[in-house]
Design a protein around this ligand. Structure first.
Ligand code: ZN
Length: 224
C-alpha cells in the first residue's frame, strides 16, 4: 500500500522542519537538483524503520496528524490524506547534495553552505581534521580544499563535503564526484548520523541507514 514518509524534527515559528524520502530527480535551472517527496510502500518502509530501531505514527486523519506533530519522529502518511491535507509537504524543492547523497532544501540552507568560498577559520578546521596534509599524497604545502560532491553539481560547502588536497593534486581532479576522497579523509559514516541514533550498529542496520540516507531530503513547510 502506497504512502508518504516524513520525519518531523522540529516545530518552530509555525514551520515544520522535516525529512522525507525522495527518489529520482531532475536538474533545475541553476544546476541544482529538484527533488520531490516520493511514495513508499507502507509495510516495507515500516520494516526499514524497524531495522534501524525506529517506530512511526500512522497519519491518516486530523487526530493522528495532530498527535504526530506533538510526538514528532517518523510518520507514514496515508496517500489520500497526504494529498488532500498535506499538499504543502509534497512540493518540489531545489536541493544541495551532501557527500553521501542526502539533500538539503536551498531555502533552509545557510549562506555559507551555499557559497563556493569559505572563511579562513573554517578552512583551518578542515585542514586540522585532515592532519594538515593532502589526502592523496604526502605534501603538506600548497594545501587547498576540494568539494567531494562538486559545487557545480549542487555540492554543499560544508565540513562533510570538503577535503584537503594540495594544489597539484587538485589540478588533476575534474568536476566529478569523488566519494573516495571522503573515505580517504576518514569521514566514513556514509549515512546521516541521526539515522542510527537509537539502533544497534548491526550490519543490517548499517545497510538500511545508508539506503535511507542516500535519498533523504531535509526541508520545511508551514505546519498547517
Ligand atoms: Zn597532493
Amino acid at each position: 500500500m502506497s504512502a508518504y514518509a516524513f520525519e518531523l524534527k522540529l516545530v518552530c515559528g509555525g514551520f515544520a522542519y522535516f525529512s522525507t524520502l525522495t527518489m529520482g530527480s531532475k536538474p533545475g535551472d541553476g544546476g541544482l537538483e529538484v527533488r520531490t517527496p516520493s511514495c513508499v510502500d507502507r509495510e516495507r518502509f515500516a520494516t526499514a524503520l524497524a531495522d534501524i530501531g525506529l517506530g512511526y505514527t500512522y497519519v491518516h486523519d486530523d487526530q493522528s496528524f495532530y498527535d504526530w506533530t506533538c510526538i514528532q519522529g517518523w510518520a507514514i502518511a496515508d496517500l489520500d490524506f497526504a494529498r488532500q491535507h498535506m499538499s504543502h509537504w509534497l512540493k518540489k524543492r531545489e536541493c544541495l547534495i551532501s557527500p553521501y547523497g542526502s539533500y538539503t532544501d536551498m531555502s533552509i540552507a545557510s549562506d555559507s553552505i551555499r557559497k563556493r568560498t569559505f572563511r579562513g577559520k573554517f578552512k583551518k578546521r578542515i585542514l586540522d581534521r585532515d592532519n594538515n596534509k593532502c589526502v592523496l599524497c604526502p605534501r603538506t604545502d600548497q594545501l587547498t580544499l576540494q568539494h567531494v560532491r562538486p559545487y557545480s553539481g549542487g555540492g554543499e560547502t560544508s565540513f562533510r563535503n570538503l577535503v584537503t588536497l594540495c594544489e597539484p593534486c587538485n589540478q588533476n581532479m575534474g568536476a566529478e564526484s569523488y566519494r573516495f576522497l571522503y573515505d580517504l579523509a576518514g569521514l566514513r559514516s556514509s549515512y546521516e548520523p541521526s539515522m542510527l541514533r537509537s539502533a544497534q550498529f548491526t550490519k543490517n542496520a548499517m545497510i538500511r541507514a545508508v539506503q535511507l540516507s542516500s535519498n533523504i531530503m531535509h526541508t520545511r513547510c508551514e505546519l498547517y
